[in-house]
Ligand binder design. Structure first.
Ligand code: SAH
Length: 346
């Protein structure tokens, strides 16, 4: 009978060191292997050339390396790159590289599919199949860092957790991945260059604040009126705006980190003056800014981007009230790589 081999990257450095000691070897071998796994992104034991053949075979007998594989890479006319990433169990997630003149941003997935049910998002239709492991999140970032160096001659500069899934519904693994990304044993990136975007799970926003995380927080708000928000993001019936607001105030008190609200304006849904006024009120509770994002149609015509006039009204009212607002254009639309379009179409 074949025993199920353990994923070696589920082990901490200390556990790896202890493993070698238990095999009658030296603890520092654990450090060597750890470095291969995390700094050199080894896909197999064969490449670990500073280990003896026997040691490599022994590892091979005991462990697997569940490395992701970029199955398909698509490039948009605007430079955006979308990776279809195959996991060890053959499920697929997507991640996106978004280049600007000065930056490269990685947009990474945290779950296969999504447990939430936002009516305007293509990923929601996949349902949630499973959480990604820390190493599967980390690998997506490494793949994009490599592509950035290859195609744009510079390392990755920013990361947003805005791919598939709800990061806070996979809290522990997302935090472990970020730990690795920011650690000098991983990519050594500053946490200030990482943004976690959530639909807004109040309890977990408070937990993040208590855990003293150093990355930035974005909340997909889309409406500051409960009835409207529940109609497009049904989980709002459970996680109401009042609870969300309280959690965000708590977040700011603890972290002093300004919150970004992601917001799409749709025709006939949230394009009225009362919608803007509600948003302005919501923004008063904690220092924040608003990102108005362009709607990326997901085929059924139920949602339509509001008129420019409605968007101008938002910009004007927000600015008049001293709230920073940016209007963000979509990237990578021609390859279904824009916000809310990730659904493993190919
Ligand atoms: N679950 C997390 C992260 C994934 S969604 C969250 O909700 O924040 C990333 C962003 O894309 C969110 O702000 C989401 O509201 C937005 N989005 C989803 N579908 C979209 C669409 N069709 N067009 C534009 N933005 C969309």
């Amino acid at each position: 009978m074949e025993t199920i081999k353990k994923d070696i990257r589920a082990l901490t450095r200390d556990q790896l060191r202890n493993f070698f000691v238990s095999q009658g070897d030296k603890a520092f071998r654990g450090n060597q292997v750890y470095e291969w796994l995390w700094q050199k992104s080894a896909h197999s034991f064969d490449v670990m050339t500073n280990l003896s053949k026997e040691t490599r075979d022994m590892l091979q007998e005991n462990f697997v390396i569940n490395h992701i594989k970029v199955d398909q890479m698509q490039r948009s006319s605007d430079g955006t790159i979308k990776n279809a990433v195959r996991l060890h169990d053959d499920l697929i997630v997507e991640s996106v590289l978004i280049p600007t003149k000065t930056r490269t941003t990685a947009c990474v997935s945290s779950q296969v599919g999504c447990s939430l049910d936002c009516k305007f998002c293509a990923t929601a239709r996949l349902k949630r199949m499973r959480n990604l492991n820390p190493d599967e999140i980390y690998d997506q970032v490494v793949a994009i860092d490599n592509e950035s160096r290859l195609y744009f001659d510079r390392p990755l500069s920013n990361i947003v957790f805005m791919g598939m899934g709800e990061p806070l519904m996979n809290y522990n693994n997302v935090l472990k991945a970020i730990e690795k990304i920011t650690s000098s044993e991983g990519l050594g990136m500053s946490p200030r260059r990482i943004t976690v975007s959530t639909s807004g799970v109040p309890k977990l926003i408070k937990k993040m604040a208590d855990d003293e995380v150093k990355f930035k927080l974005a909340v997909s708000l889309h409406s500051a009126i409960d009835e409207t928000r529940t109609s497009i993001m049904p989980f709002n019936a459970t996680f109401t705006l009042a609870d969300l607001r309280e959690a965000l105030v708590y977040w700011y008190q603890k972290t002093k980190s300004r919150i970004t609200y992601e917001y799409v304006v749709w025709e006939g849904i949230n394009d009225k003056r009362e919608d803007v006024d509600a948003l302005v009120d919501f923004c008063r509770f904690a220092p924040s800014k608003v990102n108005l994002i362009e709607y990326n149609p997901i085929d059924d015509g139920q949602f339509q981007q509001a008129s420019n006039k409605a968007i101008e009204m938002y910009v004007e009212r927000l600015e008049k009230n001293g709230i920073t607002v940016t209007v963000r254009r979509s990237r990578g639309k021609d390859i279904d790589a824009a916000c809310g379009q990730l659904a493993n179409k190919s």
